[in-house]
Design a binder for this molecule. Structure first.
Ligand SMILES: Cc1cc2nc3c(=O)[nH]c(=O)nc-3n(C[C@H](O)[C@H](O)[C@H](O)COP(=O)(O)OP(=O)(O)OC[C@H]3O[C@@H](n4cnc5c(N)ncnc54)[C@H](O)[C@@H]3O)c2cc1C
Length: 467
C-alpha cells in the first residue's frame, strides 16, 4: 500500500495489519476526507493545507485499542494526528506530515452523570452529551455551535468559547473543565491526569501534547430556552443592546450582534428578520422572556423571532445559535465563497463609542459581528467580522487597524499555534509536550517552537517560560 500523503515511507498495509483488532480505514478517498477540517474558511489556509493528507485512519473503540494505536505509532515513529468531528477551522486536525489519523468518534461513552458534573470519553458527540444531560435537568455550561458534529475532546483540545460563554466564561476559566485524562505517545503510553491549573496545559493545545481519553466537566441547570432575534436601526444601537443584555441579570446563554450585511446572507431568515437591519441573537430562559422584551424595547429594538424548541422543529428552522459564532461565516460562505473572517478581542470596559470609532476606520469590506463574553470575570466581546476577501495583504492590514485601535487580533489564517491567539510560544505547553510526546509525533508541525526545544528536558523548556 503506497503512501497517500506522499510524505511517508511506512509499509501501511503491514502497519494496518499490526494494528488489528483496531478498525482502520485505508481507502484513499475516505482517508483524504478525514484529513480535512474547516480550514477552507481561510483562503490562506486553503492554499497551504488542501494538499495535506494522512495515510491511514484508525478508529479505536476502547482505551486498550487507543493505547495500541499510540504504542505502534511510537514504535514505528509515525506522525499521528487526533481527530474528533473535524470541525476545527484552523486546520488543527489536518496531518501536515502524513501518517496516522486517530479518529476518536468510536470512543464516546458517557461514564457518569453526577449532580453537577459529567465524566465522559473524549470522542463523545456534544449533542449526544447535551441530550443525555438534559434528561437529568442539566447541560454543558459552554458548547460550540457545531455541537451536532463536534466531539467533546475536540472542543476542549481545539476550541475556546461558545454558547454559554456570556454567562459561564471561557473553557479555560476555572471550574468549567474539572479533570482531563490523557495518554502519552510512547511505547507503552502512560496515563496522566490533569487537574487544577494544569488543565490549561492540555486544553486548547490542538492535540500536540497528549491524547485526551476522558474528561470531567461541570454541568449547569438546563432551561426551556427561547431562541430570540431582535433588530435595530443601526449597528451601534444593536451593540448597545447586546452590551446591556450581557450585563443584565437575565440568564442568557448567548448574546451575539450582527451587521445587517451579514444578516443579508441568512436565507433561512428571509421573511423573519427584516432586510437592512442589524440583528441581535440570543437564548433566553422562558421565565425571563418579559424582561428580555422590556430590555429590547428600552433600546428601540424590534423583536423578529421568539421560538421554543417545539416551534423550531415545526418550522424546520436552524437553532438560534446557528446564526452565531463561526456558523455565521458558514452561512455566508454558502452563498459567497469570497468571504472570510477574523477574530478580534474588544477588551473591557466595553463601550459603544469604540464601535463607531472602528466603523470610521474599517472599510466597506468589514462587517462586524460580536459575541459578548465573560473572560476571567471581565465582560468582553469577540468580534468575528466577515471580510470580503481581496488579498492577504488587505486581511493583515485590517488586523493591524483593529490592533491600532486597541482591539488585539488572533490570526485565524495560520495553522501554527504560536501564530494564533497565543502570539508567542507557551513553553509550559511545550514542556508538557516533551513529557507526553517525547518523540514529537503528535501534530508537531503545528508548533514552530518544537524544533528549538525538542532536545531539551521538560525542566529546561519550562525555564524558558520563566525568563
Ligand atoms: C461552523 C463552525 C462553528 C464553530 N463554532 C465554534 C464555537 O462556537 N466555539 C469554538 O470554540 N469553536 C468553534 N468552532 C471550531 C470547532 O468547531 C470547535 O473547536 C469544535 O468543538 C472542535 O471539535 P471537533 O470534534 O470537531 O474537533 P477536531 O476538529 O476534530 O479537532 C480539533 C483539535 O483537537 C485535537 N483533538 C481532537 N480530539 C482529541 C483528543 N482526544 N485528544 C487530543 N487532541 C484531540 C485535534 O488534533 C485538533 O487539533 C466552529 C467551527 C465551525 C466550522
Amino acid at each position: 500500500m503506497t503512501s497517500i500523503s506522499g510524505k511517508t515511507t511506512t509499509d501501511w498495509a503491514a502497519f494496518a495489519a499490526e494494528l488489528a483488532p483496531v478498525e482502520v480505514i485505508s481507502e484513499p478517498v475516505l482517508v483524504k476526507k478525514r484529513s480535512r477540517d474547516f480550514f477552507w474558511y481561510s483562503p490562506i489556509l486553503d492554499r497551504r493545507l488542501k494538499t495535506c493528507f494522512g495515510d491511514l485512519v484508525a478508529r479505536p473503540k476502547f482505551p486498550a485499542e487507543m493505547a495500541r494505536c499510540l504504542t505502534l505509532s511510537a514504535r514505528h515513529r509515525i506522525p499521528t494526528t487526533l481527530r474528533g468531528g473535524g470541525t476545527g477551522n484552523y486546520g488543527q486536525s489536518v496531518p501536515m506530515e502524513g501518517g496516522l489519523i486517530i479518529d476518536t468518534t468510536e470512543m464516546g461513552r458517557i461514564l457518569e452523570i453526577g449532580p453537577d458534573f459529567v465524566r465522559v470519553e473524549a470522542g463523545c458527540n456534544i449533542l449526544t452529551l447535551n441530550n443525555a444531560l438534559k434528561e437529568k435537568g442539566r447541560e454543558l455550561p459552554v458548547f460550540p455551535s457545531t455541537q451536532d458534529i463536534a466531539t467533546i475532546g475536540g472542543f476542549i483540545s481545539g476550541g475556546s468559547a461558545g454558547i454559554g460563554t456570556v454567562s459561564h466564561g471561557m473553557l479555560r476559566d476555572a471550574g468549567n473543565v474539572l479533570e482531563i485524562k490523557a495518554l502519552s505517545a510512547e511505547d507503552p503510553p502512560r496515563e496522566h491526569v490533569f487537574r487544577g491549573d494544569d488543565i490549561n496545559m492540555i486544553h486548547h493545545a490542538w492535540g500536540i501534547n497528549g491524547v485526551i481519553t476522558e474528561l470531567t466537566l461541570r454541568t449547569v441547570p438546563t432551561e426551556d430556552w427561547i431562541g430570540c432575534i431582535a433588530t435595530f436601526d443601526t449597528y451601534p444601537a444593536c451593540y448597545a443592546a447586546g452590551m446591556a443584555l450581557a450585563a443584565s441579570p437575565i440568564c442568557r446563554k448567548l448574546c451575539s450582534t450582527l451587521d445587517a450585511r451579514i444578516v443579508a446572507y441568512f436565507d433561512r431568515l428571509k421573511g423573519i428578520a427584516p432586510e437592512g437591519r442589524p440583528m441581535l441573537v440570543t437564548l433566553i430562559p422562558r421565565p425571563q422572556i418579559d424582561d428580555f422584551r422590556a430590555l429590547i424595547a428600552d433600546h428601540n429594538g424590534q423583536i423578529a423571532l421568539e421560538m421554543d424548541e417545539a416551534e423550531r422543529l415545526t418550522r424546520k428552522l436552524p437553532h438560534a445559535f446557528e446564526f452565531s459564532y463561526n456558523h455565521t461565516t458558514l452561512q455566508a460562505l454558502k452563498t459567497d465563497r469570497k468571504v472570510t473572517y477574523l477574530q478580534i478581542l474588544c477588551p473591557a470596559p466595553l463601550n459603544v463609542a469604540k464601535i463607531t470609532e472602528l466603523q470610521g476606520v474599517l472599510g466597506d469590506d468589514v462587517y462586524m459581528h460580536h459575541e459578548f463574553s465573560l473572560m476571567g470575570g471581565q465582560r468582553v466581546a469577540f468580534d468575528l467580522p466577515l471580510v470580503k476577501y481581496t488579498t492577504d495583504e488587505r486581511l493583515y492590514q485590517i488586523m493591524a487597524l483593529y490592533e491600532a485601535h486597541g482591539c488585539p487580533a488572533s490570526d485565524p489564517h495560520s495553522c501554527i499555534i504560536e501564530e494564533g491567539g497565543m502570539k508567542k510560544a507557551d513553553y509550559r505547553h511545550l514542556a508538557w509536550k516533551k513529557r507526553m510526546d517525547p518523540l514529537g509525533l503528535l501534530n508537531t508541525p503545528k508548533t514552530r517552537e518544537w524544533a528549538r526545544v525538542r532536545d531539551m528536558t521538560p525542566e529546561a523548556i519550562l525555564a524558558l517560560h520563566q525568563t
